[in-house]
Design a protein around this ligand. Structure first.
Ligand code: C2E
Ligand code: MG
Ligand code: MG
Ligand code: MG
Length: 281
């Protein structure tokens, strides 16, 4: 009987192998073709920044988050979730990330020219690999030198993985940019593995409550508890706390009850192309 079970397992293993191979191959070649196309996309002007508002409890817009969009000539709009990981594993994220930062600075310079938008912040997502790259700090400093807006308007969104490995290096990079005025948010907070002890050692400005805790905040007591806990943590560490993925008024009301005063999500506005001033001749 044991022999029979082993034989069957082997057969299954063999079948699995035959079954998975073509799929894995298809996936690998899909990644390779996306990577090649992405390389061209930067030059061919197929990338675009969309922005989504971040508001306070009165509904006033405090700033925007920049979200990258790629319109592929054949495949149409490709969401960042499908190409950022490929850019990260191929190293393309360095030039891609620099493109995003440059666009963001151009937009902030435009906002600075009008009193209604001059106070707005723009948050830019920074991938761990991009942040760790030796040239990253200098790239940001150079862009700030070439720009005219107040550097405090630029926010960088980091993820918890940066706080897990090489905290010393992370802290040093944040310190240099922080001294120049740049602010830092911790994105998708609550989903990673960051030790809470690190939070107070890093010059952070804001925690972003991950949208997975917001989705069921009306019905799931665990999510309510998590939101309250993050708000309390933020208050005691003097960090602003913003909730992501707020889709309804009821969610916003609940978040407010739980002490969260800042929000981002479809209820307040979907990501949309950044309106760019047309240069006058
Ligand atoms: P993220 O930084 O956590 O951005 C929030 C994501 O939630 C965005 O997805 C946004 O469109 C979506 N979202 C906003 N409000 C709502 C809502 O009310 N409900 C729901 N269900 N979703 C909402 P998006 O634009 O597809 O971006 C996905 C992720 O891709 C981002 O997550 C970020 O990690 C990454 N990403 C986007 N742009 C860039 C970039 O320029 N550089 C890097 N490194 N990563 C980026
Ligand atoms: Mg983000
Ligand atoms: Mg997020
Ligand atoms: Mg996310």
């Amino acid at each position: 009987r044991a022999e029979l079970a082993m034989y069957e397992a082997k057969q299954r293993g063999r079948n699995n192998l035959q079954f998975f191979n073509p799929i894995m191959q298809a996936e690998a070649s899909r990644r390779a073709s996306i990577e090649a196309d992405l390389r061209k996309a930067i030059e061919l002007d197929q990338l675009q920044l969309h922005v989504q508002p971040q508001v306070d409890h009165t509904g006033r817009i405090l700033g925007m988050e920049a979200l990258l969009r790629w319109t592929h000539p054949d495949e149409g709009l490709i969401p960042p979730g499908s190409f950022i990981p490929i850019a990260e594993s191929s190293g393309l994220i360095i030039s891609l990330g620099e493109w995003v930062l440059r666009e963001a600075c151009t937009l902030l310079d435009e906002w600075a020219q009008s009193p209604e938008t001059a106070d707005r912040t723009l948050a830019v997502n920074i991938s761990p690999k991009q942040f760790r790259h030796p040239g990253f700090v200098q790239t940001v400093l150079t862009l700030l030198d070439e720009s005219h807006f107040d550097p405090r308007r630029l926010e960088l969104e980091l993820t918890e993985s940066l706080l897990v490995e090489d905290v010393q290096d992370t802290a040093e990079r944040m310190r240099i940019l922080g001294e120049r005025g740049v602010r830092f948010s911790l994105d998708d907070f609550g989903t990673g593995y960051a030790s809470l002890g690190y939070l107070k050692r890093l010059p952070l400005f804001q925690l972003k409550i991950d949208q997975s805790f917001v989705r069921d905040v009306l019905t799931d007591p665990n999510d309510m508890a998590i939101v309250s806990t993050i708000v309390a943590l933020g208050n005691s560490l003097d960090l602003r706390v913003i909730a992501e993925g707020v889709e309804t008024e009821a969610q916003r009301d609940r978040l407010l009850q739980l002490g969260c005063l800042f929000y981002q999500g479809y209820y307040f506005g979907r990501p949309a192309p950044a309106v760019r001033r047309v240069a006058s001749a």
